[in-house]
Design a protein around this ligand. Structure first.
Ligand code: HEC
Length: 107
């Protein structure tokens, strides 16, 4: 009985750790993207969970998302368009990193 409780607590702990990880926007993105995006909710732009869902199962998801962020403008969401690079001024490496993070939300 005791071991069951211990393993339940451990499993719950893993679930909390997992969701905290999934729901937390990287600090650099919070400053640059957070005024228009959240992970769970539509703000000015689409929820990043919805973006991840749009590309789910696409092996090039991160590459395509990075290309969208770099290009900006109308990305098919009919939300008025995004400034190129989300206005962040980020280099390709930073954009690739956040694109991989967004693509990873659907896993
Ligand atoms: C000024 C508001 C604003 C900022 C800042 C912003 N976005 Fe966006 N973003 C939008 C809007 C609006 C859309 C939807 C564009 C459309 O109408 O199709 C969008 C769409 C997206 C998409 C969807 C791309 C696709 O292929 O469907 C991604 C990914 C994204 N943004 C990432 C980012 C990242 C990363 C940053 C920070 C570097 C950022 N955005 C900053 C407003 C913003």
């Amino acid at each position: 009985m005791k071991s069951i409780i211990v393993s339940m607590v451990a499993a719950a702990g893993l679930m909390v750790a997992g969701s905290a990880l999934a729901a937390d926007m990287p600090a650099d993105a919070k400053g640059k993207c957070g005024m228009c995006h959240s992970i769970e909710k539509k703000v000015v732009g689409p929820a990043w969970n919805d973006v991840a869902a749009k590309y789910k199962g696409d092996h090039d998801a991160a590459t395509k998302i990075a290309a969208s962020i770099t290009k900006g403008g109308d990305l098919g969401w009919k939300m008025g368009g995004m400034p190129p690079k989300g206005g962040s001024g980020w280099d390709d490496a930073q954009i690739k990193k956040i694109a991989e993070f967004i693509a990873g939300l659907s896993h």
